[in-house]
Design a binder for this molecule. Structure first.
Ligand SMILES: [Zn+2]
Length: 466
């Protein structure tokens, strides 16, 4: 019954689409009827096969793909093989020299309190952090909840470990906005504390959830302050440490980590494409980043984005479509440590004969799509609004200004219009940069819907231009 009901509604929907748009749209030569038919063809085969999830599994196979690591090198080889097997044109690895940071085997944090006893804490080094001295370090802890409080307590910080216990704002509906506001404690907290002679920092993990998993991420050193070790602390234990500090303000924390920087190494961006039949030099770029943090296979961040762009390209090819302009799927290297791959791609001599019209980056997890964000002003939003009804069954509720990503920002600076298919992200920071970002955290249908939308949108722009 239910199946018949859904089928009937599906057919009615498409019939209405056809009746509503019997003629060519605002864009010259654009045939909505034909496009609606293509979208249906793409989506039916996509949802039947759910290949995006299969690609996600393949890309996640090497495990955590820290920039410059052997796992990242394996992922580059696997991604190249996969794109070759799928019959994409011009499958290529473009070399990128990257810095290499290694976590090391030792990450120990012990609370030592005369009143509360000795307790182990779940920490992980923040990316780019230096290690502690080989014997570790031990000091009292000063808890702060803001940079202002750090400033107020500056006299008390010398020789201590600063504990940034700053919660992501749960009253903020947008998880990324909350993350953006709390992120500076992870990124810049160590140097801020070191400027008052702290000897290490612990940073509360950036997640709304209370769990026992530390969430890593990039930290940066300011040239003006001494370099001190920085680690993330699981949220449940941040609460626990805060309680212990109230009961015993003189408790000590022992910290030992042997993370380190290694010499730079040659890695690569990987891409494959469907070469345009009429304007091959004009590029519609769709991208994700192949590197990840090392605590998990980085399924949502960003094996999912890579799987989505590969699947979008496959769907266009399998539907027998021949884009007028080139649609290129790029898997960037080194998003997490500062975007080297993006800069190298945008400035490579190989780009001289190419013209990038649009760059779409998928780096917000493998969730079901909810919107389409595009930069470039009202004109492009208006132009693409003809797709709204076609995209609606796949979850697209809105088309508005926005989108982009670290890897494509050098292209944006060159004037390329950017965009993103925006997924649902309320659960994204549950997994983000932690051991929880496993393949099982992504749902096959949700990620497939993202690929369907990306396939339709990128094919549309390949035909219509910008
Ligand atoms: Zn990412």
């Amino acid at each position: 019954m239910l199946n018949n009901f859904l089928l009937k509604n599906w057919l009615i929907f498409w019939l209405l689409c056809l009746l509503a748009y019997p003629l060519a749209g605002e864009n010259s030569g654009f045939d909505r009827q034909e496009f609606a038919r293509l979208a249906k063809k793409i989506s039916e085969s996509a949802l039947k096969e759910e290949k995006a999830y299969e690609f996600l599994q393949i890309l996640a196979l090497p495990g955590g793909r820290l920039t410059g690591s052997p796992e990242a090198a394996r992922a580059i080889a696997q991604a190249s093989d996969l794109m070759t097997q799928l019959g994409f044109d011009l499958v290529k690895q473009e070399p990128v020299e990257v810095n290499r940071w290694q976590r090391g085997q030792t990450e120990t944090a012990l609370v030592k309190s005369n009143k509360k006893g000795q307790h182990k804490l779940n920490i992980c080094a923040l990316g780019n952090s230096i290690g502690t001295p080989a014997e570790g370090l031990e000091a009292e802890v000063v808890e702060v909840r803001s940079f202002e409080e750090l400033e107020q307590l500056k006299q008390a910080i010398s020789g201590k470990i600063v504990f940034f216990n700053v919660l992501m704002d749960r009253t903020e509906p947008s998880p990324f906005a909350a993350y953006g506001r709390t992120g500076p404690y992870r990124t810049n907290g160590a140097s801020a504390a070191a400027s008052y002679r702290a000897i290490a920092v612990l940073v509360r993990s950036l997640t709304f959830r209370l769990d026992n998993y530390p969430h890593t991420g990039l930290m940066l050193y300011d040239e003006k302050s001494p370099r001190i070790p920085a680690a993330a602390l699981a949220t449940t234990q941040a609460d626990q440490l805060s309680r212990w500090l109230k009961e015993d303000p003189h408790l000590k924390l022992y910290l030992k980590m042997n993370c380190e920087q290694l010499p730079s190494i040659i890695s690569a961006n990987v891409f494959g494409q469907l070469t345009g039949e009429e304007m091959p030099e004009e590029i519609i770029l769709i991208a994700g980043h192949l590197d990840s943090w090392d605590l998990s296979p980085g399924a949502n961040d960003d094996a999912a984005g890579c799987a989505v762009v590969i699947e979008a390209l496959r769907l266009i090819k399998e539907a027998g479509l021949h884009p007028k302009r080139t649609i290129r799927a790029v898997l960037y290297m080194d998003e997490e440590f500062g975007g080297t791959g993006g800069r190298v791609y945008a400035t490579s001599a190989s780009r001289k004969s190419e013209k990038h019209l649009l760059a779409i980056e998928q780096d917000n997890g493998g969730g079901a799509p909810v919107g389409l964000a595009l930069r470039g002003g009202d004109k492009i939003i208006k132009k693409v609004s003809c797709l709204k009804e076609i995209l609606s069954p796949f979850g697209i509720n809105w088309i508005r200004p926005g989108g982009g990503g670290v890897d494509i920002s050098p292209l944006i600076q060159q004037g390329v219009i950017a965009g993103s298919v925006v997924p649902e992200t309320q659960r994204y920071f549950d997994f983000h940069h932690s051991a929880l970002d496993q393949v099982s955290a992504v749902h096959p249908r949700e990620i497939e819907l993202q690929a369907i939308v990306l396939a339709i949108v990128s094919f549309y722009f390949s035909q219509e231009g910008i």
